[in-house]
Structures are given as C-alpha cells and as structure tokens.
Design a protein around this ligand. Sequence first.
Ligand code: PLP
Length: 393
Amino acid sequence: MSKSTKKLNKIYLDYASATPIDASVLKVMDKALKQNFANCSAIHDDAVENKKLLDNTRKDIARFFDMHSDEIVFTSGSTESNNLVIQNFKNIVTTNIEHASILEPSSLRSIFFVGVEANGIIDPKKIKKALTLDTELVSVMYANNEIGTIQPIKEIAKEIRHFNKTNNTKILFHTDATQAVNYLDMNVEKLGIDLMSFNAGKIYGPKGIGALYIRRRTPIKKIIFGGDQENGMRAGTENLPAILAFAEALKITEKIKEKENKRLTKLRDYFIQQLLHTNKLEFVGTLLNGDEKERLPNNINVTIPKIPSDLLVIELSARGIMVSSKSACKSGDEKASHVIQAIREAEYGGKLINKEVDGSIRFSMGRETTKQDIDFTLKSLAQILSKLKKWYT
Ligand code: PLP
C-alpha cells in the first residue's frame, strides 16, 4: 500500500464507503490504460492480444472463488450486478437490511421481506418459513454495509437446497458480497450460492468495475443492450484496464486476508472495549449496533443516544477524522437508516425508541488504520461528547 494515499494529519475511517487504490493496483491500471486500450471486440492484432488478456484475467479471478471463468460477468459495480439479478425475477424473498440496489429494484416485484434479528443477523429458519412454491429467488447480503454483521449464508443455502429437494422447486440463491470480499471466505461452492455480486472499489481497486457470478445454467437475461460482450450478458466495451486492476486487487486481498483479519479484529475489539466496557463517563449510554463478534473485523457501528449523529461526523471531521453517519429519525428522510430501524424494531417489537435522536455512527477501518489512529479517535470522541452532552442531555 502506497503511503502517499494516507493524507497528512487525517484519519480515514470510512473504508466501508470507499477504499484507496493500492499502489500496485494503480501501477497495473496505469500501464494498461496506456498499453491495452484496443477494443477487445475488434479483430486486429492489438485487439486479439487484449481479448486473450481479458480471458486469462477472467480465469484468474474465477480461480480465487472456485468459479468457472464463464460464470463471471463484468459490470460497472455492485449496484449494476444487484440490479441484473433482481430485475430477472418476479417472486423474491429478501431481507429488510439489504443495500438500496436490492431494495429499490425489488419494489416493483412481489417480494417478501424477512426481518432481521435484534443483533443484526438473519435467522435461516425465517428464510425457510418465507419460501413458497412460487418463490424464484432468495437474496441475502453476505455482510451488512452499515453494521457489518455477517449473515449465515451457508446455513441459508442449506435451507433453500432442502426446500428445493422436498418440493421439486428451483429457487436460486443470490448474495451481495460487496462488503465481504476483504474478509470472508468467498468460495462459491462452499457457500452454496448461485449468484454473487462484488466490486473492486471496496477492495483497494478502482471504482466503476464489478462482477456478477452466475452459476452455469442459471436463467439470467441481460438488462443492458447494445452489443454481445460478456458472453452476450452485458453490452458495452470491456473495461480491460479496470478488469486487470480488479484482478490485482483480488490477488492482494486474498494474500493478506488472514493477517489483516487478525490485526483488524484486535483493533475492533479494542475500540469496542474502550467505548462500551470501560465506564468512561463520556461514553456511558453508547450502544453497539449489531452483534459484537459476528461482524466484519473492520466495523464499529454505535448509537450515542440524544446526540445528532451528523453533528458527531462534522465534529470528528473538523479534527481530521473521516467517518460516516446515519440518522434513524424522521421517517421518509433520505438519510434515515433502514438498518438501524430494522434492528430496533426487532428489539422493541415494532416501536422505535428515541425516534428523534436514535442515529448511528460507523467507524470502518482498513489497511492503513493503526492503534494510534484509534486512540486519537477515542480521545477526540470523548472530547466532543463531553462538550455536546452538556447541550443535548
Ligand atoms: N452493496 C453493498 C452492500 C454496498 O456496500 C455497496 C456500496 O457501498 C453496493 C452494493 C454498491 O456498490 P457499487 O458502488 O459498486 O455500485
């Protein structure tokens, strides 16, 4: 990782939103932008060479996840991959904590929302109960982008398989793995899934490139027309430089996954311990959103009752610390968090407590986060809260 991506006197804790590009990924992309610009669909020498490179890169990416290379369709990112899946089906079972790129296209379909548990995790038995003979697709995200909770994908896949066997149905299983690639096991065979969305922008690769895994013989039709690229599944000139960079980013991610997981889990648990279990006056009343352990190693999401979360983000930003917030207040508000609402509803039986003030703040760490960064963040947060609590509580 290039140290130049770390800005002086700034602490970036918003890796769940976007990651900086890795230096060696940038190098691969820069070289390809200059040398591999020929259109893969043309028939001259440069194009044929690029098409070969594209085919080989697809094989490389497939190998990371135990896929066949013809099961990968490159897209512009996870939003497009998710749309490509959802727009192909009418009867869908999904959850109330999915990303908007699942929820919005779903609104035009017959859909059943399985409610999340108070700890931010979906119960596979509730998915099983929601299945009917008409269900065509189940879509459950691998890890939640706001609260980082890891969903029991293997167990859900097992329930779907069992239902299919018993009822002679062919329900497919899709997972949005966008937030999972950095940290979790991505072997599609072991997971038991038919469709999977992922992107490069969350794994220290470039933005604007993603993929959809489509298991062989899965009936999916394209939604973007105008060419036969990607095996006829997605029209548009192939973005070879970004695809090469995507593969390089995946290679690095796979190589350092285990070590980074250990390092970040330690930092995460330290952060949570300091916030929740030390009885430090400023942090009293802080709630952790989502299960304490079954969450991504880089995610800490908390609610600090009565303190507007946007204000906390601005105060932290003024001290050079970049984080994200979601408010759960006013329904209909674009920035309201449906995820926080869902876990509160599970906890309090449909009633939202602290309706006006129950926001959340997400600290998401990454490859450049150090213990010093976390200590400085905790110190700054304590200072901010000691000031704000006088006004708001
Ligand atoms: N799904 C999840 C879980 C995400 O976190 C995101 C981005 O934040 C997306 C989908 C959309 O990804 P993209 O920006 O590649 O379209």
